[in-house]
Design a protein around this ligand. Structure first.
Ligand code: ASP
Ligand code: MG
Length: 443
């Protein structure tokens, strides 16, 4: 069985939904289609809840009506048959009447309101499939997707609930279900947090031991470098889960790494594809991918470097612990760290408590802060082919001042800290030295 998950833009309007149906119906094998809400809908539902929380019921109702109206345009563009158009309109009408009635109870029904986005997109898609004459079965995620008292999904539990449904509803080629929404430990409607539909796909994939999980979005998979700053980037054919996780922090926004853990643990490949360019191969994430040295480069701005220098650090123990405790106290995550015998440099990206942190660190030594820095992350498999990688990286950047280097934390990552002003230059030099020249050599 395949899992095909489509994000908000993929189901964002009538034209796009038609593309999704083409992709889905081209697969002969059985599949579960997981849909996000139409893009913008969850945001509107959040806004509606916010207004309800502020007791602005009239403004909330106005927003509900506006949102309902956007579905009329979508339905107009999607349905050619009057019969199915009416069916879709009736569904929308009933659904929004329900939301309006929930709104009467103030904020009490927040989670139920949030769940409507995915309920709407899946129902409309199913009606559209019927208009096309393509048989499909809508199964409600609320009947099998669940979280425990800590808000964590439990795969065994999901398995126990989902498998009987699929056994009862045998022999359908296409099952359709909602991403994001679930029931919680007390049986109330809840969700897997914003962006949670990828997580749903991965959890279902793990629960039914799917052959592959496909995540369809609006870009051609992961790129080897940031296409906003570098001209000759290309999408990566394959990448390991570990490498993908290293890149995720650096704006490789395509997927949240946590959301693919169930797939990784169950060894199910995840294929990232573009709904708007389905012929592109996309990127395959799996446990073991062809090892190729540096696989991809990504960068993150807004980084602050803090250096603490102290002769008391020399041959002393407990020094780092004291320093880390300051960051822990202010709940500020440290990203990169490098040490020498008399100093330690580390980076943060959350400046909320920078002032307090630097003040407290002064107890331990002199403190220097560098702002407007960028981390450049190189992800790849450096264990077998690590030889020479650091030399080539440093060689590429020989004219760029490097503030920090971190290598060896894992076999999959090398991080460099440079001034943000040098970032674009650095990304291009690395691209040229590590990818373009390599390709030329391979030709
Ligand atoms: N609709 C939800 C959101 O916008 C979940 C998702 O799209 O993944 O956050
Ligand atoms: Mg999304």
């Amino acid at each position: 069985m395949l899992i095909l998950k489509f994000g908000g833009t993929s189901v964002g309007n009538a034209t796009n939904i038609k593309k999704v149906a083409n992709i889905v119906n081209a697969y002969q094998e059985p599949k579960i289609v997981v849909l996000s809400a139409v893009s913008g809908t969850t945001n509107s539902l959040v806004n509606i809840n916010n207004l309800l929380a502020e007791h602005k019921k009239e403004a909330a109702t106005l927003l509900i009506n506006e949102l309902e109206y956007t579905y009329h345009t979508l339905i107009d563009g999607l349905f050619t048959s009057e019969y199915y158009q009416l069916k879709a309109l009736t569904f929308i009408r009933n659904n929004f009447d329900y939301v309006r009635s929930l709104a009467n109870n103030g904020i009490e029904n927040e989670k139920i309101i949030l769940a409507q986005g995915e309920i709407i997109s899946t129902n409309l898609f199913q009606i559209y499939q019927t208009q096309l004459g393509c048989e499909s079965k809508l199964i409600s995620a609320l009947d099998f997707m669940s979280i425990d008292e800590h808000g964590e999904p439990n795969i065994d539990h999901i398995k126990k609930q989902l498998n009987p449904i699929l056994n009862r509803e045998k022999n359908h080629k296409t099952y359709i279900t909602q991403g994001y929404i679930c029931k919680n430990n007390i049986g109330a409607i809840d969700n897997l947090k914003r962006g949670g539909s990828d997580y749903t796909a991965s959890l279902i994939g793990a629960a039914i031991e799917a052959s592959e999980i496909q995540i369809w979005t609006d870009i051609d998979g992961m790129h080897n470098n940031d296409p906003r700053y570098v001209k000759d980037t290309f999408s990566i054919d394959e990448i390991t889960f570990d490498e993908a996780a290293e890149l995720a922090y650096f704006g490789a926004k395509i997927l949240h790494p946590q959301s693919i853990i169930p797939a990784q643990l169950n060894n199910i490949p995840v294929l990232l594809k573009n709904t708007f360019n389905p012929n592109d191969k996309g990127t395959l994430i799996k446990n073991c991918a062809n090892s190729k040295g540096v696989r991809a480069i990504a960068a993150k701005d807004g980084i602050i470097a803090i250096k603490i220098k102290s002769y008391r650090m020399l041959m002393a123990y407990g020094f780092l612990k004291n320093i880390f405790e300051v960051f822990e106290k202010y709940q500020t995550a440290i990203d990169m760290i490098t040490t020498s015998e008399i100093a330690v440099s580390l980076t943060i990206d959350d400046t909320t408590h920078l002032k307090q942190i630097t003040e407290e660190l002064q107890i331990f030594g002199s403190v220097e802060v560098d702002k407007q820095m960028s981390i450049i992350c190189l992800a790849g498999s450096f264990s077998q082919s690590g030889k020479g990688i650091s030399a080539s990286v440093i060689n590429c950047l020989k004219d760029i001042p490097i503030r920090m280097i971190s290598y060896g934390g894992s076999n999959y990552n090398m991080s460099l800290l440079v001034a943000t002003n040098d970032k674009i230059n650095a990304l291009n030099l690395l691209n040229k030295g590590l990818f373009v020249q390599k390709q030329l050599q391979e030709v």
